[in-house]
Ligand binder design. Structure first.
Ligand SMILES: *[C@@H]1O[C@H](CO)[C@@H](O)[C@H](O)[C@H]1NC(C)=O
Length: 435
């Protein structure tokens, strides 16, 4: 339903209120686009595909045929050897600039996919020009079935090294690499999906104990480190891994909302410091990030993602010496900004780009989504990524139409026949061109 009305809604929203020149890398045309088409001087409007034309610097004002232009400005697929590193606010690979752009697919290693379907999923992503995919490297279970990575009996856990566990993840890595993609792998979840932090707390401390004991209880921390030792240890020499992340969206409260009452941003910053240092002690090849939503800790700020209430201090975490890059997410609808989603997200991106510059490490918007007006909102946000200098972005999330049926749609999923898909394709080329 959303897909059918999207084009009309986007067209209505995109009408420019006043004539203005489109900035370099801004959108200047495309099938549902009705905004300004005159490019800033020194740039020209070049079609990337049917849905998306943009102002590219130094481009000839005579539009070239679409495929030729795209190909000549797109670097070859990244080398599958070497580890992605950082230099100042940029990512590098084998000494050359490396653009982190792509999507999320939490499901590729979790839903019993065949290796052929994994390959199709990554191929669909790679066709946008993506270089990176973020996925889940965990599934904490108390009853073992399907793909699981750590199983619990009482306080004792076992990592699944078999075909439904780590060997399955080996196949995920191989399929990503075969398509020129690198993986950003989160190692647990704040939320109850696929087990996550609460399974550690429930099993070790007791059922229903406060979520935030995950960050402070000595036995829980040891168990989490043991998982890291086995999972991360297996891939120390694997260039198909781009980075490790401590957790998906760590917060003081999880799905059940239980809290000890003493969790503050300093709690999670101390935990992030200890755990990123631990990963570095066993794996010096890979980058390490937190995987958080990028909340700022500015009590009294007008909107909640800036107020620090969920226990995240983005700037403090980015300053940790063993954190290589910063991460943030953008979901204005569940964050109370539904009526101002596009503008709020633009500011949110600019504010994180400012932190990137101030602290001197790359920052990526590694999850973002709205459920309505996707094309126009994403166009604004992706243009802001480019104009703000933010290092990279990963949309939430990729979908594929597999022979076994479409991958799950959570309302944000972009299948290859979605009009957002070509937008992502044009954006990946523009971000690589920006460097
Ligand atoms: C929308 O968000 C922007 C950026 O945060 C803010 O400047 C503006 O005041 C907001 N508008 C409304 C109506 O809340």
């Amino acid at each position: 339903m959303i897909r059918l009305t999207l084009g009309l809604v986007a067209a209505a929203v995109a009408i420019s209120p006043a004539v203005a020149v489109v900035p370099v890398y801004g959108q200047c045309g495309g099938r549902t686009y009705s905004g300004e088409t005159v490019c800033a001087s020194g740039s020209a409007c070049i079609a990337q595909n049917e849905w998306y034309s943009q102002c590219l610097p130094g481009a000839s004002t005579t539009p070239a045929p679409v495929p030729t232009t795209t190909r000549t400005t797109t670097p070859p697929p990244p080398a599958s050897t070497g580890f992605v590193k950082t230099s100042g606010t940029k990512f590098t690979l084998n000494g050359a600039p490396f653009t982190v752009v792509g999507t999320n697919s939490y499901w590729v290693g979790l839903n019993g996919l065949s290796t052929a379907n994994m390959n199709t999923a990554f191929q669909d992503i790679a066709r946008t020009g993506a270089t990176a995919v973020r996925t889940w490297g965990f599934n904490e279970v108390t009853s073992q079935n399907g793909n699981w990575y750590q199983g619990w009996t009482g306080r004792t856990s076992t990592v699944n090294s078999g075909a439904s566990g780590l060997q399955n993840f080996d196949n995920v890595v191989a399929a990503a690499k075969a398509n020129g993609l690198r993986l950003i792998v989160a190692l647990t979840n704040n939320w109850a999906d696929y087990g996550g932090m609460d399974v550690y707390v429930n099993q070790i401390v007791g059922q229903g104990q406060p979520h935030d004991l995950f960050y402070t209880n000595a036995n829980v921390k040891t168990a989490y480190k043991n998982y890291i030792k086995t999972f991360v240890g297996r891939y120390v020499n694997e260039p198909g891994i781009l980075a490790w992340e401590l957790a998906n969206e760590p917060r003081c409260k999880g799905t059940t909302g239980t809290t000890s009452g003493s969790c503050t941003p300093a709690t999670i910053t101390a935990w992030a410091k200890e755990m990123t240092a631990y990963i570095k002690s066993i794996d010096s090849n890979h980058l390490v990030g937190v995987g958080d939503e990028g909340f700022f800790n500015q009590p009294g700020a007008p909107t909640y993602p800036y107020q620090g209430g969920d226990g995240i201090d983005f700037d403090a975490n980015l300053a940790i010496s063993t954190v290589d890059f910063g991460t943030f997410h953008s979901y204005p609808e569940p964050w109370g900004q539904t009526n101002n989603a596009t503008a709020w997200g633009v500011q949110w991106i600019q504010d994180h780009a400012a932190s990137q510059k101030r602290i001197g490490k790359p920052v990526i918007i590694e999850e973002f989504g709205v459920t309505t007006n996707q094309l126009s909102t994403y166009t604004s946000w992706l243009n802001t990524v480019i104009s703000s200098g933010l290092s990279g972005d990963l949309i939430w999330q990729a979908g594929s139409r597999l022979p076994t049926g479409p991958s799950a749609d959570d309302g944000y999923t972009i299948y290859p026949d979605d009009p957002v898909y070509p937008l992502l394709t044009g954006h990946a080329a523009a971000l690589k061109a920006r460097g």
